[in-house]
Write a protein that binds this ligand. Structure first.
Ligand code: NAP
Length: 338
């Protein structure tokens, strides 16, 4: 059985997460028992939610245990099988964590899913045709529920969730405005992802300036907002929201290292009769098949061409993850292992 390099959570962050919170070890892979498979991971997914789990605090999910392999989504291929449902060479998506191999009890429901890589590259099953894509779909379809012609805004617009949101919203005939960090990301949002406009928040670092930029990009006001960031951007959106606007509260990455994110004027929620709803995509497994079907079609037909930031090798996972929390990624952040 192969040696298996793993990244463990060694200690919990105090404030900002740092590389020394992680520890690289090499473990020996155990022999397979009946119904188990050995998965060789091709890509690890790095996702902002992992930052929350590094803390030992109350949340919707259990904290990441100390001294154990960092949990996370993976895609790979079956390297050895003692399970009749999986053959060597099958491509699979699972939750193998930050390591090169995982041994999986493949009979447990939902732990491993075979995927077809004929029209969709394997890595996209961690992004546009995976959890981030379904996240965009759920917030858009089930919470914002847009009508054709409405104006929608999304922060972190060029990331894994944001890029899928753009394609899904354009397919529903909406005006879609992104907010992203820097001119390159904004250019890409408009030219490659099909956004109608994109605002570089670094050029608009306060509520007043951002609100003015939103006024220009959204001349008919904002009907739906998909929130990934929090802070003054949310304050600015509220100033431009139409009556009965809907906000899908997906993430607040600006506060993941513990920064407070006060809301300047919550009375606007009342004045504009706004619906705001938080959600966790893994609690809505019932929508996944429908969402993945639409997302898979968008990718296979070239209507969604998601970009990826790919770090090389398990050693690079901590730095790539810390970069993701600072916007250094450009598209879905992955670690390529082979
Ligand atoms: N609720 C759920 O079930 C669920 C599921 C998946 C993801 N999410 C959330 O969805 C959001 C996007 O996730 P993703 O996987 O698609 O990540 P991503 O957008 O690919 O990467 C994160 C992006 O966040 C932006 N960012 C980071 N720090 C920021 C800050 N302080 N202020 C403003 N923007 C900042 C950066 O983009 P810029 O350079 O453009 O700022 C960065 O590229 C995250 O908030 C995540 O927690 C929620």
């Amino acid at each position: 059985m192969p040696a298996n390099k793993q990244q463990l959570l060694d200690n919990r962050p105090e404030g900002e997460a740092v590389a020394s919170n992680f520890r690289l070890v090499t473990a020996q892979t155990p022999e397979l028992k009946d119904n188990q498979v050995l998965v060789r991971h091709h890509y690890l997914s790095l996702d902002p939610y992992m930052r929350g789990r590094m803390n030992d605090s109350k949340s919707y999910a259990q904290p990441q245990p100390l001294g154990q392999v960092m949990q996370g989504g993976t895609v790979g291929e079956i390297a050895l099988s003692k399970n009749p449902k999986f053959a060597v060479g099958d491509k699979v998506v699972g939750f193998g964590g930050w390591q090169e191999y995982s041994v999986v009890d493949a009979d447990q429901p939902g732990v491993l899913r075979k995927v077809d890589t004929t029209h969709v590259p394997l890595s996209h099953y961690l992004g546009a045709v995976g959890m981030p894509g379904v996240t965009a779909w759920y917030g858009l379809v089930k919470i914002i529920a847009p009508k054709e012609g409405e104006t929608l805004v999304i922060s972190a617009a060029t990331g894994a969730v944001g890029s899928a949101f753009g394609a899904l919203a354009k397919a529903r005939g909406c005006r879609v405005v992104g907010i992203a960090g820097g001119p390159d990301k904004c250019k890409y949002a408009v030219e490659e992802l099909g956004f109608d406009a994109c605002i570089d928040y670094r050029q608009h670092p306060d509520t007043k300036s951002m609100s003015q930029a939103l006024k220009e990009a959204c001349p008919k006001g904002i009907d739906g907002y998909f929130e990934n960031v929090g802070g003054y951007i949310l304050d600015a959106v509220l100033l431009r929201a139409n009556a009965f606007a809907r906000i899908a509260l997906c993430g607040m990455i600006a506060g993941y290292d513990g920064q407070p994110l006060p809301m300047a004027n919550p009375a606007l929620l009342l004045i504009n009769r706004i619906k705001i709803e938080g959600f966790i995509v893994s609690e809505h497994m019932e929508v996944w098949p429908e969402a993945l079907k639409e997302l898979g079609t968008l990718v296979a037909t070239g209507k969604l061409r998601p970009r990826e930031s790919v770090a090389q090798g398990i050693e690079s996972a901590p730095e790539a993850f810390l970069g993701l929390l600072k916007g250094k990624n450009f598209g879905k952040q992955l670690v390529k292992l082979i």
